[in-house]
Design a protein around this ligand. Sequence first.
Ligand code: NIG
Ligand code: FE
Length: 410
Amino acid sequence: MRKVFTNIKQLLQVRPKGLDYVAGLSMSELPKIDNAFLAIQEDRIVAFGKMSDYRPKQHDQCIDAHGRLLLPSWCDSHSHTVFAANRSGEFTDRIKGLSYEQIAERGGGILNSAKTLQDTPEDRLFKQALSRIKTLEKLGTGALEIKSGYGLTTRDELKMLRVIKKISKHSAVKIRSTFLGAHAIPEAYKNDKSAYIDLIINEMLPIIKKEKLADYIDVFCEKGYFNLEDTDRILTAAKAFGLKPKIHVNQFNAFGGVALGVKHKAISVDHLEQLLETDIEALKDTETMAVALPGCSFFLGIPYTPARKLIDAGLPLALATDYNPGSAPSGNVNLIVSLACIKMKMSPEEAINAATINGAYAMGVSDDYGSITVGKKANLILSTPMESYIEIPYAFGNNPVFKAVLNGAV
Ligand code: NIG
Ligand code: FE
């Protein structure tokens, strides 16, 4: 099955093979072809170029993209899309003045989500999550990382990971799975955190490896959750099980989590709302991607990740949604790209790079996703009519997606 898009107003994020991510000044370049065509064979991009160079070949479907942009789907490298119930009650508590930390101290927060998830059967979780992902498809997401972390018992962490695995088989969105057993200290272990870490290491990790349930390991490295020593222990153990780190650090407090992630060759360090000069230094000349989650900053009213400091230091930055019921109940990457421009002073080019090619790197899928490159998967966004890609972040709250293309299917 061959498909071709013709008369594309702007074909965005056109990259050569083998480019994994863009950093520093290069983030301000968004290579594009005006008045372009793009051809797909089955689920892969096979050709593209200027319309003036287009030589029609036998094809099954031709889509006239006149007045529209075509770009790679969003790669959302950080989400908690599997959860059992929303936490809208906490939302109203926060409006009345309670902070995220205060709500957690009262037994709300992650432990609240764990309670409801533990009571929800696997098939129900699966259906709920799949329906959320259907919504995300229409918003242009073509690759999505999903974490466990609301189970907090062996049975329920495995249940979450099995749901994620099943989703990856049923969804055209590329899924990556992350084990986040160390998301919070369960009530039953509140006086013996070390015993919970033992459970993660000795009981959960071996089964996860045996059943191939996760691609990455995550830890919520934060005051009141897991400290540097705990995080080091878990990441060290996970390495023996073949899991690379992708960790929550510096959300509320900066105390060396970034350097620890780098030491463990983390593929990404995520959040970074609190960032020290030493954190920036630690990231230089490493393979670790910084990931900002502006939806969380917006929703909780906490500082935004200082994107300018990171990019101006020559580093790469990715953007993700953090989609979860407590701190970011939206998986809409279009809004994230707007927030990055409006609140973090990223240029539209930087923000689009951060949500495509750099996002793909942060979830380990850049061989196949994140750019318009011959041989990559045809996961694409065909936009609503617009003059330029600048309108994507500019028209915040709008959905710029006219059609989502997933594995070559429109
Ligand atoms: O990335 N900070 C830790 N985890 C999530 C929030 C989880 C929750 O509140 O349910 C986050 O913000
Ligand atoms: Fe998160």
